[in-house]
Design a protein around this ligand. Structure first.
Ligand code: NIG
Ligand code: FE
Length: 422
């Protein structure tokens, strides 16, 4: 049965090449007034066009009336959604003037989430993660990349990735990334290269053998992993068939963006401390998406901003994501990231929308099937209760998402509390 989503004041299609949009291409989103979307049995889009034309073209379609603006399903291409407790103490300590890296050095930070994840059972983590993914879906994220990285031992990393796999058949669509090199665990504090060795020799092969991840990421940051150590891990990942991603130049620069471009990583993420050489490298990269995470700098209370405008002007492809995690960014709203993209990073609204659709999809290797409303693409669709698409980045602090379809199936969630145990 064909379904026709009909009645939208606008359909934002983002139609165009099935790859990341770079530089000036990012300002082109293609809006159809009074548009409609025809969805086939297989969950893919049959066509998109003006409502009247589409009614005539699909006379026997079942009509689903909608009110608002339809967007391609949002793609959150950078999250750490499998974790235990929120880190409210870290938040309070920062308010009292203690820095992110100081908190980590004092036993808070990533390693406190590691202790927590190691202690939790797979089913406890699954319940917590499921509720959080439903919250992301309710904000319009129909595809979500999820990283491991709070295990930092073979068993605990596999446990996190198993949770992602267990939730795979549900909504939203999930893409798993192995982030064994997120931090050096306490037991390897005096043997950091020994931990890199463990990641390369034991964890990576096991992750690949069980088919648990599509990408491999490293936190390349002064005081965490050096560019040399990052290169070791990501080169091994490439040999195992996992394409690199990289936490690059987040708080202090260390050449991460250049390394990501050199390794043809699918994305280089954060970039608030990127150098001019890094901007040039991503501007000239054929395939690496610059993923900006403005929620992180806001939540950490830091003044650094990723130079979005300079990246786009250099010809880079920019995506926006939440970095959803318990330490530096417990935020779940991609629409809010578009607000920050426009108001803090200097993107125009169309660039911000491309950043959470086409370019988000490209940053997880899905640009050939998601991120645009066009014939043959998955019918991942978001309905926002607005009349003009530019209201998406405009209103903030409210959830404008009134409907969500994933693969053509309506699945707007009714939400449970975020830390509920069942
Ligand atoms: O992307 N940068 C490293 N990882 C996360 C923070 C994780 C945490 O604090 O738990 C990030 O900011
Ligand atoms: Fe991150």
């Amino acid at each position: 049965m064909t379904t026709l989503l009909l009645g939208a004041s606008q359909v934002v299609t983002c139609r165009g090449p099935a790859r990341a949009r770079r530089g000036a291409e990012m300002a082109d989103i293609d809006v159809i007034d009074n548009g409609a979307i025809a969805v086939g049995d297989d969950g893919n889009i049959l066509d998109v066009g003006r409502g009247g034309d589409m009614r005539a073209a699909f006379p026997s379609a079942e009509i689903e009336e909608v009110e608002g603006v339809l967007f391609p399903g949002f793609v959150d291409c950078h999250t750490h959604a499998v974790f235990g407790a929120p880190r409210v103490e870290d938040h309070e300590r920062r308010a009292r003037g203690v820095g992110y890296k100081e908190i980590a050095a004092a036993g808070g930070g990533i390693l406190s989430s590691v202790r927590d994840v190691r202690a939790k059972s797979p089913s406890e983590l699954e319940v917590l993660t499921r509720a959080r993914l439903q919250m992301l879906l309710a904000q319009g994220s129909t595809t979500v990349e999820v990283k491991s990285g709070y295990g930092l031992s073979l068993d605990a990393e596999l446990k996190q990735l198993d949770v992602i796999r267990a939730l795979h058949h549900q909504r939203p669509n999930l893409i798993a990334t192995f982030l064994g090199a997120h931090e050096v665990p306490a037991e390897y504090r005096d043997d950091r290269d020994g931990y890199v060795d463990l990641v390369v020799r034991e964890m990576l092969p096991a992750v690949v053998q069980h088919g648990l991840a599509r990408f491999c990421d490293v936190f390349c940051e002064p005081g965490v992993f050096t560019p040399g150590q990052s290169r070791t891990v990501l080169t091994a990942a490439l040999e195992h068939g996992l394409r690199p991603k990289l936490h690059a130049d987040e708080l202090d620069g260390s050449g991460g963006a250049e390394l990501a471009a050199e390794l043809n990583a699918v994305s280089a993420d954060h970039l608030a401390a990127i150098s001019q050489a890094g901007i040039d490298a991503l501007g000239n990269a054929s395939d690496t998406v610059a993923v900006l995470l403005p929620g992180t700098m806001m939540f950490l209370g830091r003044e650094g901003r990723a130079p979005a405008r300079r990246l786009i002007d250099a010809g880079a492809a920019v995506a926006l994501a939440t970095d959803f995690n318990p330490g530096s960014s417990p935020g779940m709203s991609l629409p809010l990231m578009t607000t920050m993209g426009v108001s803090q990073l200097g993107l125009v609204p169309a660039e911000a929308v491309i950043g959470i659709t086409v370019n988000g999809a490209a940053a997880v290797g899905e640009a050939n099937r998601r991120g645009q409303l066009a014939k043959g693409f998955a019918a991942d669709v978001v309905l926002a209760s607005v009349a003009d698409w530019r209201e998406l980045p405009y209103w903030y602090g409210v959830n404008l998402v009134a409907g969500v379809w994933v693969g053509g199936a309506a699945c707007h969630p009714s939400l449970k509390p975020l830390n509920s145990a069942s």
